[in-house]
Design a protein around this ligand. Sequence first.
Ligand SMILES: Nc1ncnc2c1ncn2[C@@H]1O[C@H](COP(=O)(O)OP(=O)(O)OP(=O)(O)O)[C@@H](O)[C@H]1O
Ligand SMILES: [Mg+2]
Length: 308
Amino acid sequence: MAVEQSNPFGQKDPRVITVKPPVPPAAPAAGAGAGAAAHPTPPLLDVAGLCTWFPIKRGIFARTVGYVKAVNGVSFTMRAGETLGVVGESGCGKSTLSRTILRLEKPHSGTVRFEGRDVFALRGNDLLQYRRDMQVVFQDPHATLNPRHSVLDILTEAMLVHGLIKPAEAQDVAAELLRDVGLQPDAMHRYPHAFSGGQRQRICIARALALKPKMIICDEAVSALDLSIRAQVLNLLMELKDKYHLAYLFITHDIGVVEHIADNIIVMYKGEIVERGPAEQVLLHPQEPYTKRLIAAVPRVGGAAVGA
Ligand SMILES: Nc1ncnc2c1ncn2[C@@H]1O[C@H](COP(=O)(O)OP(=O)(O)OP(=O)(O)O)[C@@H](O)[C@H]1O
Ligand SMILES: [Mg+2]
């Protein structure tokens, strides 16, 4: 095929594997989504042929002259309790993928199903439940924590809005959440500026846990932290995953970060998945030159990825 010869990835055209292959349920694609056949219940998350394109407008009439295909034909599935690493360089569409799953962007085409239900068709209580089940932790805790709200307010606001707790219970619930993320309960009376970057990220994680989600999207959640703090926060995330049977969609530009935490990995390039598989397979036996370059770029000390 001419397209295969001209592509920069070597033998395989990455675009060929971006659309979910029409495999029967008994033989799912390896890696991300592998194992779905062993579970008769629908996957926790099923993303199929997802395209999120942004129009490029020109001229005084703002005519659409093309699209930035930020996410272009992405398909994968995740089981409950699974950690899926999404890696790729800056601008490859990782955040757009997460924002689409969170319903913050509307897809051009494709579907996102959570526990078998079309996320974009959810309304009313079903949508509220999805907003509880699917939480997110972003890169910059400083930007996502309201500086005028105490930690108590930050942690309990959503639970109060959802009617999950009574105001009188707020302090006990906040104390429990803070203990969960390794902070002292008296931290609830302080404001975000009174914490270090790592502690603020712990507060963001506690806030994400508050609604007892089934899945947390971590979008570069540890990227801004220095190396020792990064390792501590990664360990915390792994402890919480075991404790609460959480699934993580773990987005990072640094493939070294997912080395110790991901069950499966998908590698994105220019909006498409170019490689996928169990973490060990992708990291130890990468097939695509692009994945090999990402792995080669990870700084290592004594054979271990720095910061992982
Ligand atoms: N609202 C938008 N309108 C137009 N283009 C957008 C919009 N949001 C993202 N893009 C473009 O989509 C592409 C993917 O962006 P995205 O933020 O998803 O990348 P990323 O992989 O998360 O990058 P990073 O690692 O730097 O966070 C980029 O080219 C970006 O400029
Ligand atoms: Mg991003």
